[in-house]
Design a protein around this ligand. Sequence first.
Ligand code: TRP
Length: 362
Amino acid sequence: MKKIILTGDRPTGRLHIGHYVGSLKNRVKLQNTGEFDEIYIMIADAQALTDNFDNPKKVRDNVIEVALDYLSVGIDPEKANILIQSEVSELTELTFYYMNLVTLSRLKRNPTVKNELKLRGFEDSVPVGFLNYPISQTADITAFEATCVPVGEDQLPMIEQAREIVKSFNNIYGETLVYPEAVIPQNEVERRLPGTDGKAKMSKSLGNTIYLADTPEEVRRKVMGMYTDPNHIRVEDPGNVEGNVVFTYLDVFANDAYFEKYLPEYRNLDELKKKYQEGGLGDVVIKKFLNNILQDELAPIRERRKYYENHLEDVVKILENGTKKARIKASETLDKVKSAMKIDYFKNDEYLKEIIDKYQEK
Ligand code: TRP
């Protein structure tokens, strides 16, 4: 069986370092293993419209932003097809048939949907299109016969639901669809990078994000304003590393080489944490250290972004090519699906024969 990656993001804003450590980094790593036969990275604009239908301009503007973010983190258009979801109409058609296989109560029980309904105040009157999005996401995944779906942890219930739909489809219509597997970071902190304010998750609405496209000065300002330990007032005070966002980020990003380069008084993070807990280590020191690290991590990303910002015609071409290839694949799967369901009337010579036979029996 082929090894195929499909994953995607809603284009509702620029991607941030939470996306980066939670999923994007993984995708680039998987892409560069060379183990995959096909890779599809989807800009899920149709899904973004399910809760932004009244603001299509926002979605439209962010398609290119997300494309730039993908290219800047190292998604390689030679290896991966970057595609725009709404341009692959086969996905909508697949969704329509999968809708028969899912109950309303199952959709409402999906933990991610449940959470999002609350978040958006949709609890009492949810648009059908929004509630339907896990089914549409199953179409995305199965259309490309994805075996591997690298996503953030919050998407696990989506993959679960997709597997249920695959099972149900294959049971009813015969083995047709491929079971997908979610891939999330192994490291707990990477799965859920908190916002700069210490709130559970980075999100645009909370204003606690560091964007991949932030300028060096913006990153510095955000790091220097990070939440640490509110009781660590004077340098001499013992400090807490638990729930201290600077240390959480250092857990993800600091390696021994960074200590050698920027903070040679300490050999590693354990030593730094120990000193902080004992007292005598100021917040400014650890913040400056984190800032240096983030600047190093973001520099190549920024550089690639700059290149593509100056070659926007290439970016649109990349999207067009990726989408074209994606469409071919999705339409092959749609053919398989329709043939399994026996609604491939004109593509199947058997159909006419069956009718003739039936009439001749009379
Ligand atoms: N729901 C995903 C998100 O909000 C985006 C997405 C759409 C997706 N279709 C997908 C992710 C298919 C993985 C596979 O981030």
